[in-house]
Design a protein around this ligand. Structure first.
Ligand code: AMP
Ligand code: ZN
Length: 473
């Protein structure tokens, strides 16, 4: 089955074909680096990590660009409020540059602890200021901008398909515009390409443009970075659903007005999570970071397991009970990997011992070692069906999987399923002695050895096919 994805542009699941499979151009809107990412923020990077892995498993080569928003993202998605970076600097008594650097590092730590593949390139908004100005100049030459006392705005009435992407009802928006709405704006949906610093305004990040000091609006960076680094049309642009009505709508307007080309062929948006039925917010005290989960005994990969148990388009509710269940499911998978390893080790030994048996018997043994082509096929079908990770998970739960199959699972999901401590020689010896004691009917000794192994972190599993070790945690 070829890959199908839900395209926000058409509101349909469509077959995905990149322009060049050797260079699949993907742009992901990245974090605003003014605070530690909470678990909601991290969901999208987990899902887009899955997207990249599925493209790779399908034989394509993704070239993904991620940005760091280190300037211009105001506390309101309209163009009002404080710059989030400036707010972070005041809160922490640091410079804006120090704040950005600190949270970029923390983000990368979180990112790596989730075993997410590095993007081909990570770009900071502040490294593209000159390119921002050039793009605003182009938009100005083409008649899409106007100046007010506080900035340079994009005139959305000049871009007739502005409302299309998000299916916006502009009349409704106008009617609902808040009191205090910037009266110099020509249309309620117009947005700032550049903001001028006002007399008395304390804004540390500033650049000279059109004879005044100012800084870029939030949306321009993504149009500029994706243009400079990848070029239009992008194959895939991804972000959270909150980006549809404002940020991505504005990106499309800027890019398509400036360059007269389609910005992107596929737009992917992941849904939001709630926590215990409530939205994530500081006032509710539920802005958990990965460290907060770790303090409660959960690894970042348990959280990743929880995220991938759900579909990227579905609304999800997070609870610690469900995280516990995901943690147990992950341990169960690790134990199945451990079991597959031990069984296949045994099989390999058997294979060595039977080199002079009849050819048909040997063939049966070989087939056992590579016997899950059917599983791998079914597994990829689920993922190619609009990244259906929950169904792929269910298939894993219900299939016999060889070590080779588990390697495939790990390659796509990167859940650390092969990262566990294996018994040292001393423990292997205890296992051997325990088996011997059981065979001799010395159950006292066998039980004592079993308890010692349990203290070492290994639980003995006795089956018809023999005794195997499993992990306790
Ligand atoms: P920010 O770093 O503030 O720009 O946030 C990054 C992104 O995190 C947002 O734009 C959303 O797409 C995403 N996000 C924020 N809250 C949630 C949530 N509760 N669930 C899923 N994604 C979220
Ligand atoms: Zn963006």
């Amino acid at each position: 089955m070829s890959l199908k994805l839900y395209n926000t542009l058409s509101r349909k699941v469509e077959e995905f074909h990149p322009q060049d499979a050797e260079n699949v151009k993907i742009y992901t809107c990245g974090p605003t680096v003014y605070a530690r990412a909470h678990i909601g923020n991290l969901c999208s990077y987990i899902y887009w990590g899955l997207l990249v892995a599925v493209l790779e498993a399908d034989g394509m080569r993704p070239q993904r660009v991620l940005n760091f928003t280190d300037v211009g993202h105001l506390t309101s998605d309209g163009d009002t409020g404080e710059d989030k970076l400036e707010r972070g600097a005041k809160r922490e008594n640091k410079t804006v540059w120090e704040v950005a650097e600190y949270y970029e590092e923390l983000f990368m730590r979180d990112y790596n602890s989730l075993f997410l593949e590095m993007p081909a390139k990570i770009c900071k908004a502040t490294d593209y200021i000159e390119a921002d100005k050039q793009m605003i100049d182009i938009l100005t030459e083409k008649g899409y901008t106007y100046e007010t006392s506080d900035g340079i705005y994009f005139d959305t009435s000049k871009f007739p398909k502005y409302a299309e992407f998000a299916r916006l009802d502009l009349d409704h928006l106008k009617a609902g515009a808040r009191v205090g709405f910037n009266s110099e704006k020509r249309n309620v949906s117009d947005f700032a390409l550049w903001k001028f610093i006002q007399p008395g305004e304390d804004h540390a990040m500033k650049w000279e443009y059109r004879g005044r000091e100012g800084y870029p609006g939030w949306h321009i960076e993504c149009s500029v970075i994706s243009h400079e680094e990848l070029g239009e049309p992008l194959d895939i642009h991804c972000g959270g659903i909150d980006h549809i009505p404002v940020h991505h709508t504005n990106e499309i307007a800027q890019t398509e007005a400036a360059y007269g080309v389609k910005m992107c062929n596929f737009w992917l948006h992941c849904n939001f999570i709630t926590i215990d039925g409530q939205k994530i917010s500081k006032s509710l005290g539920n802005t958990y970071s990965l460290d907060d989960l770790f303090k409660r005994g959960f690894s970042p990969l348990d959280f990743k397991m929880w995220v991938l148990q759900g579909h990227y388009l579905g609304e999800r509710n997070f609870s610690f009970e469900d995280l516990e269940a995901a943690k147990n499911r992950r341990l169960n998978w690790k134990n199945r990997v451990a079991l597959a390893m031990q069984k296949e080790n045994n099989d390999e030994k058997t294979l060595e011992q039977v080199t002079d048996v009849d050819a048909p018997e040997l063939k049966v043994l070989e087939e056992k070692l590579v016997g899950d082509a059917e599983f791998v096929h079914g597994f990829m079908d689920k993922l190619n069906d609009n990244l259906n990770s929950p169904e792929a998970f269910a298939l894993i739960d219900n299939s016999e999987i060889s070590l080779k199959g588990w390697k495939m699972v790990e390659k796509v999901f990167r859940l650390g399923l092969f990262d566990f401590k294996v018994p040292a020689d001393e423990q292997l010896e205890k296992m051997r002695l325990r088996n011997e004691a059981r065979e001799n009917g010395d159950y006292g000794l066998a039980d004592r050895l079993r308890d010692e192994l349990l203290d070492d972190g290994f639980l003995m599993l006795d089956t018809d096919a023999g005794s195997f070790w499993q992990l306790c945690k």
